[in-house]
Design a binder for this molecule. Structure first.
Ligand code: SAM
Length: 205
């Protein structure tokens, strides 16, 4: 007999079309990470910003479960959680509009084939949901070691009037370093391997 899947009880968002973020975690400001993977960014961010409340949406049940447990063990349960959710389905359910101060997308979308296009997280629907969920002046931060992808993201976000570039130089979203005192696992690996990382930052207009 097949053993039971060990992550069948992965943490999920409450059911319903409107999930109030402030009922999931509490803090002075709310931050969102899509696709936290092994979760290092959320743990480090929770330690670095003690009054931030953090939500991670991770499609892989295993990583959502393990990272959510690690956050709990580190004492952050009331203000940092990861839910096993497909961000494409979960983001439209989050409320209220303007709840988040920051949204992070670190090293997303490692798919290149045309037939995998539908898996891509970053796109019009993602940007529309992030625009809805970010407070005015809130920040969107994207980074990857894949230069062409970041160039595509940059061109894509440039078409949205909801976001203004907020990089190192006026009028550009390019930012040399990650200013959030927390790094994602892929970011740490890229740094260790000496790979360049391409980063973009925007504010919600
Ligand atoms: C390349 S990994 C990067 C992980 C982490 N952000 C980092 O920088 O180390 C991409 C992550 O996004 C997750 N992911 C992909 N599609 C997703 C979706 N639709 N909703 C939520 N998470 C997703 C994957 O499971 C994986 O953990």
């Amino acid at each position: 007999m097949k053993p039971p899947y060990p992550y069948a009880d992965a943490p999920r968002l409450p059911e319903g079309d409107r999930v109030d973020v402030s009922k999931l975690v509490s803090g002075r400001s709310y931050e969102l990470e899509v696709g936290p993977g092994r979760g290092g960014f959320l743990l480090e961010r929770a330690a670095a910003v003690p009054d931030a409340a953090l939500i991670g949406l991770e499609i892989r049940k295993k990583w959502a479960t393990l990272v959510d447990r690690r956050l709990d063990k580190a004492g952050y349960r009331l203000r940092a959680r990861v839910f096993a959710e497909d961000a494409k389905l979960a983001l439209p359910r989050l409320a209220p509009d303007g709840v988040f101060s920051r949204a992070f997308l670190h090293f997303p979308d490692p798919w290149w084939k045309k037939r995998h296009e539908k898996r891509l997280v970053m796109g019009d629907a993602f940007l529309a949901e992030v625009a809805r969920l970010l407070a005015r002046g809130g920040e969107l931060f994207l980074q990857s070691d894949v230069e062409e992808r970041v160039a595509e993201y940059e061109a894509h976000v440039a078409m949205s009037p909801a976001f203004a570039p907020a990089g190192d130089a006026p009028g550009s979203p390019r930012i040399a370093d990650n200013p959030y005192v927390a790094r994602s696992p892929r970011e740490r690996r890229a740094i260790a391997d000496g790979l360049p990382i391409f980063r973009l930052r925007y504010t919600r207009t």
